[in-house]
Design a protein around this ligand. Structure first.
Ligand code: ADP
Length: 254
């Protein structure tokens, strides 16, 4: 896409020549399109829980409130949807913060401590599904010039995905050094990712199975956040997955 501007050049009223300026705006347009798509998607994603909340409030006001059991059921749904809204807004804000490369405090991150902290946070969720959380600890690793918040967020998103998309077996975390690089590996024995979806999973709001993602409380932004955090620290992400067998995410920090 080319954008053309014609400028008259001369002294006073007199025009001696015209200047034609051509600008290739293909990239700018593509970026605008991505932004527009994002805003459209965000609005849609925010509207869904809100519509549900409004619907149940209306029904309660119309009389359902008289029946205590029914009322409690509806209030629970409202609660779940409100929490979904909160998570969505948090993820959107975080994504925009990371995309704008806003700095968080960086320093030395003790990988083992961060992993243990995150595993503690999700242990109940794993237990509720009867899943094992395994941490394969090797040598102590310290990541330099990294934000602890970012590192924990990255771990949290990958581990909770492991839990969400696994029905039986385990989710394991491994951190080790290999040829001067730090490797972080999160592996599950879950449903796996279909081949045709592998190129899309890091896109915002992309889900292989929308209803499964919804039921497990997903926002569709988790992996997008992971990708952007990894980019911020020049880490490489690799995914291997087999349907019905499991998925393995490997991050390599130089
Ligand atoms: P969501 O909130 O839906 O989990 P994500 O961005 O974290 O969003 O992931 C995008 C999609 O990628 C998920 O909806 C799911 O279909 C797929 N996915 C992510 N992690 C896994 C995994 N460990 N096993 C199977 N599928 C996964």
């Amino acid at each position: 896409i080319v954008y053309a501007t014609i400028l008259p050049v001369g002294e006073g009223e007199r025009v001696d020549e015209y200047l034609l300026i051509l600008r290739d705006i293909t990239q700018i347009k593509a970026l605008e399109e991505v932004k527009y798509q994002f805003v459209t998607n965000v609005s849609h994603e925010l509207k869904t829980p809100l519509t549900s909340i409004q619907g149940f409030i209306e029904t309660l006001k119309d009389g359902a409130i008289e029946d205590k059991v029914v009322a409690m059921r509806f209030l629970n749904i409202i609660d779940i949807e409100a929490r979904r809204l909160y998570r969505l807004i948090q993820d959107i804000l975080l994504l925009s913060e990371i995309e704008n490369r806003e700095r968080r405090e960086v320093g030395d991150v003790v990988v083992e401590d961060a992993i243990r902290h995150v595993l503690n946070m999700v242990s109940e969720q794993a237990q509720a599904k009867g899943l094992q959380l395994v941490y394969k600890q090797t040598e102590p690793i310290i990541l330099k010039q990294m934000s602890e918040d970012h590192f924990k967020q990255l771990l949290l998103n990958l581990i909770t995905n492991g839990i969400k998309y696994t029905d039986q077996g385990e989710v394991s975390v491994e951190a080790f050094l290999e040829r001067g690089s730090y490797i972080l590996r999160i592996k599950d024995t879950g449903i796996g990712i279909p081949k045709e979806s592998m190129n899309h999973i890091f896109e915002r709001f992309y889900r292989v199975d929308k209803s499964r993602s919804r039921k497990s409380g997903g926002t569709g932004l988790g992996l997008s956040i992971v990708k952007h955090i990894a980019q911020l620290y020049n880490a490489k992400i690799e995914v291997e997955s087999e349907e019905g067998k499991g998925t393995c995410f490997t991050l390599t920090f130089k």
